[in-house]
Design a protein around this ligand. Sequence first.
Ligand code: ZN
Length: 386
Amino acid sequence: MKRTLLFLIGLTFSAFAFAQQVDQGRDLSKYADDKFSEDDKYTVAEPYATVSVKQPKSKKIKNVIFLIGDGMGLEQVSVAWTLNGGHLNLDNFPVAGLSRTYCTDELVTDSCAGGTALSSGVKTKYGYIGQDADGNPCFTLLHRAQQKGMKTGVAVTCRINDATPADFICASPDRHLEAEVAAKLADSGVDFISGGGRQFWDEREDGRNLIEEMKAKGYTFVDNDADLRNASGERLLGLYGPLDLDPVLDRGSILEDSAMKAIEMLDNKKGFFLMIEGSQIDDWCHRNKVGYMAEEFFDFDKTIGKVLEWAEKDGHTLVIVTADHATGGLTLIDGSLEDRSVSVHFSTKGHNGIMVPVFAYGPHAEEFVGVYENSELSDKIRRLMK
Ligand SMILES: [Zn+2]
């Protein structure tokens, strides 16, 4: 009896700890809860237009654009596809694969370990950013690009020092060491950095003002979408809010604008590596709100459309879209393509362990067909970058 009671207390504590973990460090006041009346149903009045592109003939890869939908499993793709009346920019990809996301110590991974496998080809421990299970820093695809003299960039809608962007740039044993990670990003030499989290750059306990340091190094600094669109130069730091950016209905097209400005600034003779993240698909699945999730997905898919149009013109750009893991245990249980409506069920407020899709476009896209580990996906890209 006593043992059962202790077990129950333990269970309650771990459930509490888990709930805490899910929203670790996020500013929840940003997330208005009242825009859509129901959390598990959504209807889209007007679908958006999608692009149509052809696979290029070239076999030469000059640029790599790696797009990550945080928390974007196949169900999220199917829900968004239904809500947009049976069309997504993702439909253009000629090749699809499936990636297994588990990490070294958990079957169901997080963005830290999931992103590290994608950035570095190394499966690691839950919570580890850019370092292997023994704590050694990883050599990422972005580092490889820098070594080859390519330009590099990251553009996200969360704080820029959050797990996924940080996984590509630096190493940390703990995602809560945010000021430390921001300093590492500032010292990384990455040419284009765009996202949230300004408070870790200019309100620091160590007295450093990383924004001023970046300006002194020749970076253009912007803090809003209009200035981002008008920015010129070769290097840019964009920080659009103290923490994560507002939901897409409030922040507008900043992800798409960041992606296109990054391409404009990074495109050069030696090529570039650009990571773009639809960061908040995950956040809304954690909160089990399908309408907000769908709008974040549309924002990500519209960005993919713009990237594909540019890649088609360029002809030498490999475009990969995948996820670090799925979130929410989302299930599409009913809906209508005609009415652009869905009815869904969420089975968890955490992540879930299903395989996630990989979409490939451009030279050597065919090498991404099949079922493989998330770490192997990164290895494939690295081999193609040579
Ligand atoms: Zn998450």
